[in-house]
Structure formats: C-alpha cells, structure tokens
Write a protein that binds this ligand. Structure first.
Ligand code: BMA
Length: 336
C-alpha cells in the first residue's frame, strides 16, 4: 500500500478559486521560498464538457501552508507574453505563427533563483524550455530543446559541476518494438543551462510494469539521504475504452510512479516501485476533462520529513498528497 495520504482539502486549487476565466486548473509547479509556497499552474480556457479550448495561460498563486492559495488577479504568462519571451529563438520568423501554446510549468529553486521548465507547442514540433525568474514577472528564457521533447525537470543543485535535468524526448524509432509509444525518461547535463547534452537513458517505458505505452518525468527530484527521490508519470492504454471525460474517446490512464536515483550519478536508478505510487481513485481524479489522470508537477521535502506531492487530477484540478520521506523510501525498497 502506498504511504501517500491524499489531503482532505483536495482539490487544493480548482477553476472556482481563480479570479479570471478558468476552465481547467492543473499540472502546477510548486516551490517554497522564504517559508512561503509559490505555485505556477496551467489554466486551459473553454466550455465545461467540451473538448475544445480557446487558450491556455499560466497563473500564479501563493500560500502560507501549501494548502490554501491566494491567486494573483491576472495570469502571469499568456500566449502573447510567451511569444515575446521566445522571440530571440526565432529571429527571422513570425513568432505569432510559430508559437501555439505554452504550458505545464515545473519549478526548481537552484542557487537562490527560480528556474521554470515548461512545454511549448510550435508549428515545428513540441519543445521543452527553461527560464530564470526572480519575481515571477520578468523571465529570461535560456534554452529550448530540439523537437520533440518535453516534461523537463531540473535538479535543485549542480552535480559534478553541471546542471542536470530529466526529460522525455519522443522517439519515433523503437528497433521494431514500436506499437506503443515507448517514450522514456532521459537525463541531460549542462554547464551553463543553455547548451544541453551528454544524454543518458534513465528509465525505459519497458522497465515499468504498470505502463504499456509511455512514461516520463513528473515533479523535480528532491535530495534524500539515500539519493534523489523522484516521481514519474506512467501511461497505460486500454483500446477497449471509449467515451470517458469530455473527449469522444480517451483510452489512457496516467499513474504516478516513484524511483530513487543515485545521489552522485542520477542517471543510475537505485530503486523503482513496481507498483504505482498513486492510482486515480477519487472522484476528482477519475472524472474530468480526461478521466483517470494523475500527473505530479511539484514535490517538496519539508524540514520535518514530510513530502508534499502536488498533482494535476483528471487534467481539471490540482490536488495534494503527503507522506513522510522515510515511509516513501521504505515503500520503494519493499516494492522494487
Ligand atoms: C500529456 C500532456 C499533459 C497532460 C497529459 C494527460 O500529453 O498534455 O499536460 O496532463 O497528457 O492528458
């Protein structure tokens, strides 16, 4: 049994809490800064029950306890602002044409600053990006991946002198094994946050017994005395499923998994839970825009050993689950 306890106030952030137009509030990144929790969340705008959306923006919220949030009056990044931020990456092109959507923020505090990883849908593929901020108002985008890649998460410290990130490229070739997507978790290194490489396969889709389609990183890793503890998302497809949620057809279930990576060389997996850490069970996880989706985007280790895991539920609301770090590690070793 997973040691995670869902918070009784779930969902901790929902469209009704947002002071501007909001239809789906999910896939948030969360950090703790000077004792305050700060969260950047994704907001998709449309009509409840309809699988067509008019736009996506990112909103900002702060909290004293990590549970009740006070949401800023306006979104912090809309698509036009995102196009401005990315303009230098398309010097000779029309950024309005190229950039379609900016979403799925992941936050890491590193060297006293906040680094946000994000995803961008472009006319020429899906790209992951990285941006520095000190105030959540001004952003300096320092990197965009080659397409197709996303689900970037940055480790909160340099290791061996380098910045490290987990990422999920979309491979199109699978040595004859394709049929399922088989997308996997990879690790890359950088000395300056701008140029990334030295890429290693960390966890393959085939390594995860509860995924038959694809996996990818989820929330940024946290350091424990045994190594880097980190979640991943794992997708199981059942082609017999039809109408679930707002789309005509949705055949996927998203689980959260947990693994421990070597403290000095996080490209090495020390342990992976063979069972999911979190299975969609509650009404808000089972029923929404996309039913049965759990997607962690924020993981914090408190001084008293409590781990907070923030996750998007059914791509519709944001939830929280907690456990003591020792119980997570014990569960991981028992289920590996
Ligand atoms: C992925 C991304 C995520 C989303 C998930 C489940 O492809 O779009 O933002 O949570 O699908 O729909």
């Amino acid at each position: 049994m997973s040691p995670l306890q869902r918070h009784p106030s779930n969902p901790v952030l929902a469209p009704a809490d947002i002071p501007y137009e909001a239809t789906l509030i999910f896939n948030a990144g969360v950090v703790k800064l000077q004792g305050k929790y700060v969260c950047v969340f994704r907001n998709d705008i449309g009509e409840v029950g309809k699988a067509k959306f008019r736009g996506t923006n990112l909103g900002l919220a702060t909290s004293d306890d990590g549970v009740s949030w006070s949401v800023d009056a306006e979104p912090c990044i809309g698509v036009d602002f995102a196009r401005e931020l990315l303009r230098d990456f398309y010097p000779d092109r029309d950024v309005h044409y190229e950039i379609l959507r900016f979403y799925d923020p992941r936050l890491t505090v590193i060297e006293g600053r906040v680094l946000m990883c994000f995803a961008v849908d472009t006319r020429h593929g899906l790209r992951g990006g990285m941006a520095w901020t000190d105030d959540f108002q001004k952003w300096e985008v320092v990197h965009l991946t080659a397409p197709d890649n996303r689900n970037l998460v940055l480790f909160p410290e340099r290791i061996g002198g380098d910045y490290l990130r987990l990422e999920r490229p979309f491979n199109s070739y699978g040595g004859g094994l394709l049929g399922a997507d088989l997308f996997s978790v990879w690790l890359s290194r950088s000395s300056d946050m701008r140029r990334w490489g030295d890429t290693h396969l960390v966890l393959a889709a085939q390594d995860v017994p509860f995924a038959n389609d694809k996996i990818g990183p989820a929330a940024p890793p946290v350091r424990t005395k045994q190594g880097w503890l980190t979640t991943f998302h794992a997708v199981h497809v059942d082609d017999t499923l039809g109408k679930r949620g707002w789309e005509d057809r949705w055949t996927k279930t998203y689980y959260a998994g947990l693994m421990l990576l070597d403290g000095d060389d996080p490209s090495r997996v020390i342990a992976m839970g063979k069972e999911p850490l979190l299975v969609p069970e509650t009404p808000e996880e089972r029923d929404g825009f996309r039913n049965d989706v759990i997607f962690p985007g924020g993981m914090l280790l408190e001084d008293d050993g409590e781990v907070k895991i923030y996750y998007g539920a059914a791509d519709t609301v944001e939830c929280l689950a907690t456990a003591h770090v020792d119980d997570l590690l014990a569960w991981l070793h028992a289920s590996k």
